[in-house]
Write a protein that binds this ligand. Structure first.
Ligand SMILES: [Zn+2]
Length: 323
């Protein structure tokens, strides 16, 4: 289960049962003074039952361990509250910390989805089963906030924080310029495309994401250690593929819009999804929820580019190609 990557740097693959991502990679930098764990897994026994014995095998003392969490999603952050001890620092970013504060509730996302065509009962079921709701930290964690450019030194490594908004508002990578390695969280993955989604038209996460891909492209990287799936080496090529993917997706959305006014839910139902269900109707509400969020992100991007227009229709919101 524990895999050595570089001197004092290890990876533990933590399973995510029933999740298409299959597993999350937790990385450990071991040091006699203080060790660092990057991302943790969900707050569920299937994750702790693998991560804890792995840490023990490495001789990690949690009283002498800090944590760096790349972003707010439950598969990265969920387990940290049960791992962190009183002396642990939990490094995190401000935008995601603000987002998960109590009060930023699911009702807002649900109202937005319904206005944009999502059937109300499906929205309710999607939220009930959302991993972010089921497997997040139940305890409030005190974060030590890091900003772009801040550094963390452990053992022979000096990591620089690189703000990479897009997948979430505050997503942060860690870069080691001497070793030329990047802990990419969910910003760049190899055989899956990171989900870029939105539940409001106030932000433009796809535009931010493309900007964050460019920021990474400027770095000298020999090895990418992502949050899911395999470690890989050709970062520049992957950046190009991801940019191309989103351009193709945006074009697909434009083609779907054709001449008829459509809401975001209707657009999502016609996009192609790499998923094992025969038709949109067969998608579980949870998968429709993620698909819908991606459709909104692409619509917003096209809106900002001046390629589509938006108008109120009845209680809802519809889109059409710009004239
Ligand atoms: Zn994520």
């Amino acid at each position: 289960m524990v895999e050595k990557i570089l001197p004092d740097l290890y990876k533990i693959e933590v399973p995510l049962p029933g999740n298409p991502l299959k597993a999350i990679n937790s990385y450990i930098i071991k040091d006699s003074e203080r060790s660092l764990v990057i991302d943790t897994g969900m707050n569920r026994p299937e994750c702790s039952n693998v991560l804890l014995p792995g840490l023990e095998e490495l001789g990690i003392d949690l009283k002498k361990t800090d944590f760096f969490i790349t972003h707010l999603h439950a598969d990265h952050l969920g387990l940290v509250s049960s791992l962190a001890t009183e002396s642990s620092r939990v490094y995190f970013n401000q935008p995601d910390a603000t987002f998960i504060q109590p009060g930023n509730n699911w009702d807002m996302s649900s109202d937005f989805a319904v206005v944009n065509g999502f059937p109300e009962d499906e929205a309710r079921r999607a939220i009930e089963n959302h991993p972010g709701r089921k497997y997040s930290s139940k305890k409030q964690v005190e974060f030590h906030i890091l900003r772009h450019g801040d550094t963390i030194g452990i053992n022979d490594y000096t990591f620089q924080c690189v703000a990479t908004p897009g997948h979430t508002r505050g997503h942060m990578c860690l870069y080691e310029p001497d070793k030329k390695i990047l802990f990419s969280g969910d910003h760049i993955l190899i055989d899956i495309t990171p989900n870029i989604s939105s539940w409001s038209y106030e932000e433009d996460p796809l535009n931010e994401y493309l900007g964050s891909l460019n920021a990474i492209n400027d770095l000298d990287i020999e090895m990418v250690l992502p949050g899911h799936r395999s470690i890989f080496h050709d970062c520049k090529q992957r950046v190009e593929e991801l940019k191309h993917h989103h351009q193709a997706r945006a074009n697909e959305v434009l083609a779907i819009l054709g001449k008829v006014n459509q809401n975001a839910y209707q657009v999502a139902s016609q996009m192609t999804w790499d998923i094992d269900y025969k038709s949109w109707e067969k998608f579980p509400p949870q998968q429709k929820w993620f698909a819908f969020g991606e459709a909104v992100a692409h619509l917003k991007y096209l809106l900002e580019e001046g390629k589509v227009q938006q108008q109120a229709q009845g209680q809802g919101m519809v889109f059409s190609p710009a004239n």
